[in-house]
Design a protein around this ligand. Structure first.
Ligand code: DAH
Length: 340
């Protein structure tokens, strides 16, 4: 048995030495140390050894096993390193080579283009830009804007309520109240931001973007509103765009006016889009209701102001002739590429 063990060790070491890959080495391991391997066979023979020789033979078997195991481990480690090195060499990348794939250049989203354009126009008029929270207190979204708890504009169908006193803002107008309660006039501010309403069709989305404008100072009149908004429309569309001011109603303005512009599709002749009128409505505005000034802590006998608000999506759809609001959110590159 002694000779047999010596032979197994010798064979195992020499076969391990010859193994050129980890896979080959694995075969060698199975052959000598596996369940049906040479060492297991010797171990079984130990049963037939006379009792008094067992301890000595056992020791021999163990030491042979250890010798083989440590040789195998050393060899396996060397093979692993060699294989890793070979892989690293073969996968080496020459970073100094010119790139073969052409990168496409990104572009601004049409909504961002329009938003930036509008901000640019109003900053030349002296407006600054502010942003506010999308999860808003009922207090700012409604109450300070003269929309008390029982007002029809509160219809649950339109407003996403977070809890009794908190909503997802339904318009950017609450920023009017936030600014008036914290900033002494003169105020000239523009507020872009996301707003939320339970509304969903070709021209409405439950989340959309608005821009709010507010100007508060001494002796602000409807004439200022007309002058500023006319100049804005002419810059945004074109100089020959006609602007129409129509009486309207908003709880936070008195009087309220809606602003229409020459239909961008037919140029004013009358078509399906403008329903034959030659005009399209683009924004709501008015003279800040004295009640709102008061609620926000400003003295209506000293100050007056005008405000306006509109949807960016609507302006983008009119300007670019986009037929469905969802096209602005799908991020289909074939659509987006057209605005580069
Ligand atoms: N907040 C209104 C809306 O979402 C738009 C609006 C109308 C804003 C008149 C104003 C305004 O500031 O004066 O429909």
């Amino acid at each position: 048995m002694k000779e047999e063990l010596a032979k197994i060790v010798q064979d195992a070491l020499s076969e391990a030495k010859k193994a050129g890959t980890l896979a080959e080495m694995n075969d060698v391991r199975v052959k000598f140390l596996g369940k049906n391997g040479a060492m297991t066979a010797v171990l079984k023979q130990l049963n037939n050894v006379p009792k008094e020789q067992k301890p000595e033979m056992g020791k021999l078997v163990n030491s042979a096993r250890e010798q083989i195991e440590s040789a195998f481990i050393g060899k396996e480690k060397a093979l692993r390193e060699a294989e890793l090195n070979a892989r690293l060499m073969s996968e080496r990348i020459d970073v100094t080579l010119p790139s073969s794939d052409k990168r496409t250049i990104g572009a601004l989203h049409p909504l961002t283009i329009i938003k930036n354009e509008i901000i640019d126009i109003f900053t030349t008029f002296g407006f600054s830009v502010a942003e506010g929270p999308e999860v808003e207190l009922d207090y700012y979204n409604f109450q300070l804007l003269n929309i008390p708890k029982d007002h029809p504009a509160r219809d649950m169908a339109d407003t996403f309520y977070v809890d009794e006193n908190t909503v997802l803002r339904t318009h950017t107008s609450p920023m009017q109240a936030r600014i008036m309660t914290t900033t002494p006039p003169p105020i000239r501010v523009l507020v872009p931001g996301k707003v939320y309403r339970s509304d969903d069709d070709a021209s409405h989305s439950p989340i959309f973007n608005q821009i709010e404008g507010l100007c508060v100072d001494k002796k602000i009149t409807l004439g200022d509103l007309k002058g500023v908004l006319t100049a804005f429309v002419e810059k945004l569309f074109s100089r020959n765009t006609k602007v129409r001011f129509r009486p309207s109603y908003f709880p936070f303005t008195e009087p309220s006016v809606e602003v229409d512009v020459t239909c961008t599709i037919c140029g004013g002749k009358g078509c399906r889009v403008c329903k034959g009128t030659g005009f399209l409505e683009i924004l709501g505005s008015g003279i800040v209701n004295p009640k709102v000034l008061e609620l926000c802590g400003l003295d209506p006998s000293e100050y007056s102001g005008f405000a306006f608000g509109f949807g960016i999506e609507r302006i983008a759809m009119l300007k670019f002739g986009i037929p469905h609001i969802k096209m602005l959110y799908e991020n289909d590159v074939r659509f987006l590429k057209q605005f580069r």
